[in-house]
Design a binder for this molecule. Structure first.
Ligand SMILES: Cc1ncc(COP(=O)(O)O)c(C=O)c1O
Length: 538
């Protein structure tokens, strides 16, 4: 008690009712007092502190920040979105080292030098906001998301307690609630994680904890062999998570996919029965909604039936394809049954363009995240705080400090409304259709999948020298070398970036992915023209 009294008397924030509290007992006055404090801070954001008048932002630092903002706006944003600029000014690592002044010295450098370093950093970085950057499952640049990122960086807080992140804590609650509503969970819980891989790791960890809560204290010793099921075309993060959590990659069973890349539900059930017969314990099925390469959506309803029958946790990795839930037009045909899952990974930083990183892990179950991860650190999550400590959500996380990922998404959502998302997602899927038709109609181009389900358009470019030679023994080997060669030329010319990969026994093919609604039909025509230009002599 005496500590509290001292701190109340010392504090610059001590309220006018502190004396009343001391005299009349704390409990009776706590709420009145905190409400009054809150009201006064709402009306007036200056603290009651006597200090000499001094601008906290020195003139030279203000000038520096203004100059930085110009670099960001002109070099980063305007040029970054400009079709006439290169997507990348590529240099091999050794050469790049000579082009940049990376040395850290004993003496400080002046503002002019720092601005030059910033400009160089932009110059030699990849312009992922460029309309012709198609390389990754993220692209484009949303102005409001960007504005949100700037403010988040400026406020530089950590999303663990209401105390240091009051606005972001309740904002995170609101946004996660909204996302769960869209998934179709009533109630439940969630958290923003640093990426889809970590969200998938959360899924495995909470699922295992639900079945075996003792594991938190006793660890892996004495546990039966636990087995995870995921499709052959699912993301590698499932295997990584199994390895990190001590489940072991040998205990990740890869379920067969059909020719479109979708998990075959009957094979899933056969594998579950096989594993049970071996005496192991199946506990977790990962479905993918939007596989990384082909963009396949696993049959959620069928998998949900199997999970219910065998009592398994059903997780949906919708890191990439989850954006389709924002489109009433395309959602049902892709993600019917998602509401039956136990948990989902959904990355707004991918198809929804919210900026790196923004990944939600959502689950149907309440309190599980908290119980599974809480460590109850007394220096951070004190239970005798003067506000409702259920708003200190940080102990649900496996991290301590946690970056604020919600604000950019919230601001973007405010700027678009639900309607804007419907339009954006429809635009993404409509552009996909446009490209599919163009690829099908064009000589020398061949679709890997005739009808992609997500916004992944996978195709081969077959140079004139290989056309009509499909039956020759070395055809596949030669075709396999085409995409990497075109990619090399593409990177060196800097005109655009698009990814390629092999898949199973399929030789290298291009994967064009759409995650930005601002890609135009001209950009897509350019993509095909450019691949042809770069590869027709091969
Ligand atoms: C299906 C799928 N799941 C998970 C991930 C991992 O997401 P992140 O890169 O945010 O960790 C990816 C990444 O591409 C993905 O395609």
């Amino acid at each position: 008690m005496s500590n509290i009294l001292t701190s109340l008397e010392d504090s610059s924030f001590s309220c006018s009712c502190a004396k009343e509290m001391i005299n009349g007992g704390i409990d009776g006055h706590l709420n009145d007092c905190s409400v009054r404090n809150l009201k006064s801070s709402l009306n007036d954001d200056t603290a009651n502190v006597k200090a000499p008048k001094k601008d906290p932002l020195p003139k030279d630092e203000e000038d520096f920040l203004k100059a930085v903002f110009q670099v960001i706006l002109e070099d980063g944003v305007r040029k970054g979105r400009d079709i006439t600029q290169k997507v990348v000014d590529f240099h091999q690592p050794d050469e790049l080292r000579t082009l940049l002044d990376l040395e850290i010295r004993d003496t400080p450098e002046d503002h002019q030098a720092l601005i030059k370093h910033m400009k160089d950093t932009v110059k030699y970085s990849v312009r992922t906001s460029h309309p012709r950057f198609f390389n990754q499952l993220f692209s484009g640049q949303n102005t409001y998301a960007l504005a949100g990122q700037w403010l988040t960086e400026t406020l530089n807080t950590s999303q663990y307690t209401f105390e240091v992140a009051p606005v972001f804590t309740i904002m995170e609650n609101v946004v996660l609630h909204k996302m769960r509503d869209i998934v179709g969970y009533s109630g439940g819980d969630g958290i923003f994680c640093p990426g889809g891989s970590i969200s998938n790791l959360y899924a495995l960890n909470v699922a295992r904890y639900r079945y075996m809560p003792d594991i938190k204290k006793t660890g892996l010793f004495g546990l039966p062999r636990l087995v995870v099921f995921t499709s052959k075309q699912s993301h590698y993060s499932i295997k990584k998570a199994a390895s990190v959590l001590g489940i072991g990659t040998n205990n990740v069973v890869l379920v067969d996919c059909d020719e479109r890349g979708k998990m075959i539900a009957s094979d899933l059930e056969a594998q579950i029965l096989r594993v049970k017969a071996e005496g192991a314990v199946p506990f977790f099925v990962n479905c993918t909604s939007g596989t990384t390469v082909l963009g396949a959506y696993d049959p959620l309803d069928e998998v949900a039936d199997i999970c219910e029958k065998h009592g398994l946790w059903m997780h949906v990795d919708a890191a990439w394809g989850g954006g389709v839930m924002m489109s009433p037009k395309y959602r049902a045909s892709r993600m019917r049954g998602v509401e039956r899952s136990d948990s989902i990974t959904w990355n707004p930083h991918k198809m929804m363009g919210a900026g790196q990183q923004c990944s939600a892990f959502l689950l149907k179950h309440e309190n599980l995240l908290q119980h599974c991860h809480e460590a109850k650190a007394k220096y951070l999550f004190q239970q005798d705080k003067f506000y409702d400590v259920s708003y200190d959500t940080g102990d649900k996380s496996i991290q301590c400090g946690r970056k604020v990922d919600v604000f950019k998404l919230w601001l973007m959502w405010k700027a678009k409304g639900n309607q804007g998302w419907h339009e954006d997602m429809d635009a993404v899927f409509d552009k996909t259709r446009y490209l599919v038709e163009k690829v099908k109609a064009r000589e020398g181009f061949k679709m890997v999948l005739d009808e992609p389900e997500c916004s992944n358009v996978c195709f081969w470019y077959i140079p004139p020298s290989l056309r009509g030679k499909e039956d020759e023994a070395d055809y596949k080997d030669k075709l396999h070398q085409v995409a990497p060669k075109i990619k090399e030329r593409m990177v060196l010319s800097g005109t655009m970036l698009v990814g390629y990969q092999p898949l199973g026994n399929k030789p290298n093919f291009f994967r064009q992915v759409f995650s930005s609604p601002s890609v135009t039909e001209e950009d897509l025509d350019f993509l095909l023209d450019e691949i042809e230009r770069l590869g027709e002599d091969l």
